[in-house]
Design a protein around this ligand. Structure first.
Ligand code: ATP
Ligand code: MG
Length: 404
């Protein structure tokens, strides 16, 4: 019974010259996300984005369910509403309210004896014969007539069970009954791309989703230690990347086998420093991969004090391995806060599958919690030309481009 979906976005994000870029990016993303629903028209009309069928017919319920689902992946959308759109006259508005309200109010009356409602009308066409207040009264009378037998129906402007919205514009009018919350944020692609260090854990997928939400396309790099880690280590990360890629044109996932440099570290360096040294090597490889995907920063799921490698001292020593901007969106978060987000974005169950991680290969029992930079550098000198090993790892990395 709906023939359009109207999408709203934050006005604040779209001030000044950014506005066109922001809107066009959002439309491009919607075209991509909704590509499975054929023959849609997605257009911009005065600060809103409209989704309709090309033939302007009503959506089927499958189409509406699909649109609903994919809009929840489209960062940049603040809220959206399925609407019934038609000519800008009171006959259309009254008829639409009468037929649709019957169904919506009846559904509510099935659950409760008394149902309150409010009408909210707006007109941007000042030549329209009725003012907003008059439209509201007119619609309320229609509802009253439709339900005149029902004494349980009453008006409550502050906390209505049901709100009937009506907007009249120059060329058309539309009626709707709900405002669904979108994912918010900025459209992916409205900020430069980043490369995220994605493990199979809980934290790094959450860090990725936070950058996606701020409009960065996210590419991924994961490190495994085959044959010391099983194939499941990689397949798990691929599935996590698939979930994150629901929000975007799939980012690339680089899968790098870290084992050769890990062996060199095991054979030459102080065992207590292994984790920090692994990390410095991961950062070096990731920095080199940035040019292969146009990334302008790295992203990790680190948070202060979570494990030995994430003390302030160790974070600093790891950071010094490279000269690139490293974003750590979870730096001040508690694990429980992160877990809540992981549940919301649909990665928690995948992350909870117990699969060995590359970091645990040859891991020491008692990792050092405060490795000064010069100490790490001295240990690395024992490795000789480790860049030859890293270049070989980069050369051999597998690139996964998504489930399609
Ligand atoms: P996560 O839950 O994301 O694994 P964590 O709490 O287990 O994080 P660590 O294992 O210390 O913490 O890792 C810190 C960060 O380092 C991760 O969030 C991720 O960005 C990066 N990282 C760790 N292991 C890997 C890996 N095998 N491949 C890619 N990145 C990794
Ligand atoms: Mg981890």
């Amino acid at each position: 019974m709906y023939n359009a979906v109207i999408c709203r976005y934050h006005e604040i994000a779209t001030k000044g010259n950014n506005r066109h870029m922001f809107e066009n990016q959002l439309i491009e993303n919607l075209r991509y996300l909704l590509r499975g629903i054929p023959d849609l028209r997605i257009s911009k009309v005065r600060g809103r984005i409209w989704i309709e069928r090309r033939d302007r017919e009503f959506f089927s319920s499958e189409e509406l369910t699909g649109i609903d689902r994919y809009l929840n992946y489209a960062f940049g959308i603040e809220s959206f509403s399925p609407v019934i759109m038609g000519p800008a006259n009171m006959e259309f508005i009254r008829a639409t309210v009468a037929s649709k309200a019957r169904e919506i109010f009846a559904r509510r009356f099935a659950r409760q004896e008394r149902v309150s409602f409010a009408v909210r009308a707006r007109r941007s066409d000042k030549k329209f014969p009725l003012r907003s207040k008059e439209i509201e009264i007119d619609i309320a009378e229609v509802i009253d007539r439709e339900f005149n037998q029902n004494e349980g129906l009453y008006v409550d402007l502050n906390h209505p069970d049901i709100t009937v919205f009506c907007e009249v514009r120059d060329e058309f009018a539309f009626v709707y009954f709900e405002r669904q919350k979108g994912p918010g944020g900025l459209p992916v692609g409205s900020n430069p791309p980043v490369l995220a260090l994605l493990s199979g854990g809980i934290d790094s997928p959450v860090a990725c989703s936070m950058l996606l939400k701020r409009g960065c396309r996210v590419h991924f790099v994961t490190f495994h230690s085959s044959p010391y880690t099983p194939p499941e280590t990689c397949s798990k990360v691929k599935r996590i990347a698939d979930v994150l890629n629901r929000h975007q044109h799939p980012g690339k996932l680089f899968l790098c086998n870290l084992v050769e440099i890990q062996k060199a570290i095991r054979d030459n360096c102080n065992p207590r420093l292994r984790t920090v040294l692994y990390r410095r090597m991961m950062f070096r490889i990731a920095e080199k991969l940035m040019s292969l995907c146009g990334a302008r920063a790295l992203v990790t799921g680190e948070s202060v004090g979570q494990v030995a490698s994430q003390t302030i001292t160790n974070l600093g020593t790891i950071d010094e391995a490279i000269s690139t901007l490293v974003l750590r969106p979870l730096i001040g978060m508690d694990k429980n806060e992160t877990i809540n987000i992981a549940r919301n974005i649909g990665t928690f169950d995948l992350s909870s599958e117990q699969v060995p991680d590359s970091c645990t290969v040859f891991a020491p029992d008692q990792p050092a919690t405060a490795v000064a930079l010069d100490k790490a550098q001295r240990e690395e000198q024992r490795l000789g030309d480790f860049w030859a090993v890293l270049d070989e790892i980069i050369k051999n990395c597998e690139i996964y481009t998504g489930e399609e």
